[in-house]
Every structure is written in structure tokens, then in C-alpha cells.
Design a protein around this ligand. Structure first.
Ligand code: FES
Length: 268
């Protein structure tokens, strides 16, 4: 029987039995081999395509169930803004190993980020949980999706900073706590939005009206843990100022896979 299909924005007519899986129509009839065969039982996700924008297992989608729905495959996903972003993140993080499952992974990721552009880690884990990778590249796949989810929308908010302080025998714990809080706020000021710019050979920022310190609503919860010590009392100063920026950028890398190499973070 003849079926008219809308695939990647083009009309195709195929003459197959109605219970033929879309996967085999794509691969064997239309010679679109980017969609791969894995298990054939809707279990592994390798054959994922989009049907009306939703991720669908093409091995378990019969031709007679498609009707007027628009089918998109890996061959065209790079033409969409989300697909392009996902593929770029894949490229940037060097995700692919053997590559066999990757078209299915990318199609699932693109469907997720189309419906939920700023997906959380748990949303990504849930959406990708049934896409199997035989090389086990799960960490890089998830990092790339997080990166694509953040692309162009970087907006960092620090919720909590935990500091361990070893400054010898603590004489005044409250002063130590205050020093850590002040040092952390100075460090986060520089890390988040403390750009220093030059004009006509001069630094443009002259005081806190033009070099804005962290505001109270941006200030995270800061916890100070004083390490017990019998060493002689030592100084502390603003030690946290120097370490908070690398701690923050390491945390961003752990969450998104993106290395921050310039400060302030918001404009990096
Ligand atoms: S081949 Fe379709 S889910 Fe595995």
C-alpha cells in the first residue's frame, strides 16, 4: 500500500505494508541510514527520531500509525536551532566514541531541549535514561546536553559557599567567620561581575559606584568550618578572596562541562 510521508520537510511516497516499522522504511526504502538499528524492541533508543517533535522509537513506529505527522531524522536535526546547539556541544566536548548510538542520543537530547530548553540535571537524566551507549559515554553525553541547555543563557547564581579554615589555634571564631564572609564576597564580586575596563589609558572603575560589589540579594549562604588545631595562632586575612573564583569555576565545569577561562563569569 502507498503511504505519503512528511520527512525532514519533504514529501515522500513509499509502497510498503502498513505494519512496516518506520526504521526500515527510512533505512531500506529511502536510504536514510543515519537512523540506526539497535534492539528492534523499543528498548535501546538507538533508532530515535522525532514524530511531530516528540522523540519516538522508529523500530516500534509502524508506517500506518504516522498519518500526517511530521517526521524528523538525524539527517535534518542540524537545520534546527536546538539541533545545531546540541551537535555543537557534542563536537565541543568530543562526546562520540564508536558513534553507533549517537544519532539516537542526539535526537532524544534535541527533543528534550525543544520541549524543556533549560532542562535540569534530573530532567536530563530522566529523558536520557533509556538511551543506551555501548561505549558508556554517558558522562560526556550528559555534560553536552547541560552545555547545550545553558548555551547563550549563562546566568550563574551562587546559592551556598562552604569554607574550611585552618588558621592554627582559633582565638576569636566570630572574627574568623566574618573574615571568611568578607573575603568570599570580595572574591565573588570579582568572579561574577567585577570587570575592570580601560579607556584612554585609565581604569574606568574608580569606586564602588562603578565597581559594584555583590549585593545582599546575590550573596550566598556562607558556611565557615574552623579546623581544630593546636598549632600556634596564625593570620587569616581575606584568604577566601583568592580561592572562591577557582572554586566557582570548577563547580560550573562540574555542572555544565564548560571551562571558564575568563572572569567575570557572566561575560565569559
Ligand atoms: S532499535 Fe529501536 S529502541 Fe533499540
Amino acid at each position: 500500500m502507498k503511504y505519503a510521508l512528511k520527512i525532514n520537510g519533504m514529501q515522500k511516497t513509499v509502497d510498503v505494508d502498513g505494519d512496516t516499522p518506520l526504521l526500515w522504511v527510512l533505512r531500506d526504502v529511502l536510504n536514510m541510514t543515519g537512523t540506526k538499528f539497535g534492539c528492534g524492541m523499543a528498548l535501546c533508543g538507538t533508532c530515535t527520531v522525532h514524530v511531530d517533535g516528540a522523540a519516538a522509537r522508529s523500530c516500534a513506529t509502524t508506517i500506518d500509525s504516522i498519518g500526517d505527522a511530521a517526521v524528523m531524522t538525524i539527517e535534518a536535526i542540524g537545520d534546527t536551532p536546538v539541533g545545531r546547539k546540541v551537535q555543537q556541544a557534542w563536537f565541543d566536548l568530543d562526546v562520540v566514541q564508536c558513534g553507533y548510538c549517537q544519532s539516537g542520543q542526539i535526537m532524544s537530547a534535541a527533543a528534550l531541549l525543544t520541549s524543556t530548553p533549560h532542562s535540569t540535571v534530573s530532567e536530563i537524566n530522566t529523558a536520557m535514561s533509556s538511551n543506551v551507549s555501548r561505549c558508556g559515554t554517558y558522562n560526556r553525553i550528559h555534560d553536552a546536553i547541560q552545555r547545550a541547555a545553558l548555551d547563550g543563557e549563562a546566568n550563574v547564581k551562587v546559592e551556598r559557599v562552604v569554607c574550611a579554615v585552618d588558621c592554627g589555634l582559633p582565638i576569636n571564631p566570630l572574627t574568623i567567620d566574618a573574615q571568611v564572609q568578607g573575603g568570599t564576597i570580595f572574591g565573588l564580586t570579582a568572579a561574577l561581575h567585577g570587570a575592570i575596563t580601560f579607556k584612554d589609558g585609565r581604569v574606568e572603575q574608580s569606586n564602588f559606584d562603578s565597581y559594584l560589589p555583590l549585593r545582599i540579594d546575590e550573596t550566598p549562604r556562607i558556611e565557615t568550618h574552623i579546623v581544630p588545631s593546636r598549632a600556634g595562632p596564625g593570620g587569616l586575612g581575606e584568604a577566601a578572596t583568592a580561592v572562591v573564583a577557582p572554586a566557582l569555576t570548577n563547580a560550573i565545569f562540574a555542572a555544565t562541562g564548560r571551562r571558564i577561562r575568563r572572569l567575570p563569569v557572566q561575560s565569559a
